[in-house]
Ligand binder design. Structure first.
Ligand SMILES: C[S@@+](CC[C@H](N)C(=O)[O-])C[C@H]1O[C@@H](n2cnc3c(N)ncnc32)[C@H](O)[C@@H]1O
Length: 167
């Protein structure tokens, strides 16, 4: 999945319901349901499918964190979940205050090692030694890589994040 900036995710928010099942979805998350405890957070919560799925697993104290105000707003409207506008690298939670942290697809950018390190440090800060942490990554198929390349979103396996809003 091409990486977008905060502003680009804001622009995508009104149409994102067409794509929200593309990465880690509720069915995938169900495999980890037994590991999750309250309080929980979903990083990069988008329109809230994972936040809602965790709630439906019986974990009532769950909040979605997304750096896009529009994504956070639509998640509240569409799914009635609690959200906070925040970057995954700078979370508004106290040290060791969360029992479960789920990082949605599209938040970790493997091509940005500095950002990834900052995110992992932040997850370690808000989690406790006994917390469950679920990190998800988008691994495109060969077919998707071909499509991305044909659309000019990638060259030689590298993404061009600036192109996404031009589509
Ligand atoms: C693919 S979507 C979320 C996946 C979810 N299944 C969905 O489609 O609603 C990725 C979300 O992560 C958010 N995001 C990406 N990087 C982020 C970061 N560093 N901090 C907070 N949110 C981030 C984006 O704004 C976007 O809403």
């Amino acid at each position: 999945m091409p990486t977008c900036t905060q502003q680009q995710w804001d622009l995508l928010a009104p149409v994102w319901h067409n794509f929200e099942q593309a990465g880690t979805n509720a069915d995938h998350l169900c495999r980890f349901a037994a590991e999750l405890q309250s309080p929980a957070v979903v990083l990069g919560s988008g329109l809230g499918p994972l936040t809602k799925a965790i709630q439906e697993c019986g974990i009532m104290s769950v909040i979605g964190a997304d750096w896009s105000p529009e994504m956070a707003r639509f998640a509240r409207i569409r799914r009635g979940v609690s959200t906070v506008v925040a970057s995954a690298e700078l979370l508004p939670f106290a040290d060791g205050s969360l029992q479960s942290v789920v990082c949605a697809t599209g938040v970790i950018n493997p091509q940005d090692s500095t950002g990834t390190a900052a995110l992992i440090n932040e997850v370690c800060r808000v989690a406790t030694p006994g917390s469950s942490v679920v990190m998800t990554f988008f691994v495109p198929s060969i077919e998707m890589l071909c499509v991305y390349s044909a659309l000019g979103l990638m060259t030689h396996g590298r993404q061009h994040s600036g192109r996404i809003v031009e589509l």
